[in-house]
Design a binder for this molecule. Structure first.
Ligand code: ADP
Length: 322
């Protein structure tokens, strides 16, 4: 089974010609309300890929919270660990430009209130998981607790350190070190990878941009494994370029991106993580898991919607094998 701790967000997406400058007001060309959040999207994505999922998540006492429960019921995902906390569900605002660039801001709402009490109620589910996934739209302390307990039962832990908590982490090295110590597989997008590598590699910036992330020099990966002794895989998603994973044993898996027409890029990373977790839960090796993840990310990008874009198993297998 897969256990996911994560967020629920009601997202409002504005499609704009280009990003407004500071203090500028602009008309949007289109608008869509979407349900998402990095926890819900990954849990639902993995469920659609055929994996049994337990989801620890919070919503507010509002219409969005009601909609979450209805959606879980409709999709066949258990709402046993869905908690109604606080007044507001998480709310997101996304600006999507004609070029496919995205700018997102999220108000945590109920997500910030998820904590130890709710985790305790999910203890049995957590113990029965073989893969446990966390991201950082829930409190860092909770993510850390979940990953630690999962490690103590021998589960494979996957952390998507998104959104990158630069401000939350400054002066709180312990939280980051604690999170990492309980993480087996760390998933980062390009921006997060640059920030994390600066953090991990004793704050020495990796030279260069994407090309370097796709081929990190050994002195950088050596530093990473020294700072992250329990680490097994560092996975970096590279947008249209695909993804690359560095193993603690020195192996490198490089998966090229699929050529797709981009329709809605928000949530590509979650679709990717859903594919990765589903494959790892099914016992697949990292190289195969990355192929499925990469195909899920590409397919989701080529479709409208956030949750609607998450592919089902039969839709993605052909692309993953390509
Ligand atoms: P995030 O959405 O977290 O910023 P990325 O943009 O790196 O993450 O996308 C995650 C994954 O989704 C990529 O590794 C890739 O597999 C897929 N993907 C994203 N954008 C594209 C694209 N334009 N074409 C093909 N695949 C894409």
């Amino acid at each position: 089974r897969l256990f996911v701790v994560g967020s629920f967000v009601e997202a409002h997406c504005w499609f704009v010609a280009e990003r407004p400058a500071a203090d500028e007001s602009q008309h949007a060309n289109a608008y869509a309300r979407e349900f998402g959040g990095k926890g819900l999207a990954v849990a639902l994505g993995a469920h659609r890929l055929g994996v049994a999922v337990d989801l620890l998540i919070a919503a507010g006492e509002d219409a969005a919270g009601d909609a979450l429960l209805a959606l879980l019921l409709e999709e066949g995902v258990s709402s046993m660990h869905t908690h109604r906390l606080g007044q507001h569900s998480g709310r997101g605002c996304g600006l999507i430009t004609a070029q496919g660039g995205t700018t997102v801001t999220v108000f945590a709402g109920a997500n910030a209130l998820l904590g130890g009490r709710e985790l305790q109620l999910a203890e049995a589910a957590l113990r029965s998981a073989s893969v446990v996934y966390a991201q950082l739209e829930v409190p860092l302390a909770l993510a850390q607790q979940v990953l630690r307990r999962a490690r103590s039962t021998g589960a494979l832990t996957v952390l998507n350190a998104s959104p990158w908590p630069a401000t939350a982490l400054s002066g709180r090295e312990e939280s980051w070190a604690g999170l990492l110590a309980a993480t087996c597989v760390l998933v980062l997008n390009q921006n997060e990878a640059v920030a994390a590598l600066a953090e991990l590699a004793d704050r020495s910036e990796p030279e260069g941009g994407v090309t370097t992330l796709a081929a990190l020099p050994p002195h950088v990966t050596d530093l990473v494994w020294r700072r992250w002794p329990g680490g097994q895989w560092l996975v970096i998603t590279l947008g249209a370029r695909g993804c690359v994973a560095y193993g603690a044993d020195g192996s490198v898996v490089d998966v090229q991106g699929h050529l797709v027409d981009v329709r809605q890029p928000i949530g590509a990373g979650d679709a990717f993580s859903a594919g990765l977790c589903a494959a790892l839960t099914a016992g697949e090796a990292m190289a195969d898991a990355l192929k499925l993840a990469n195909a899920c990310g590409a397919l989701a990008t080529s479709r409208d919607g956030i949750l609607a874009a998450l592919p089902r198993r039969e839709e993605v297998l052909g692309l993953a094998a390509a």
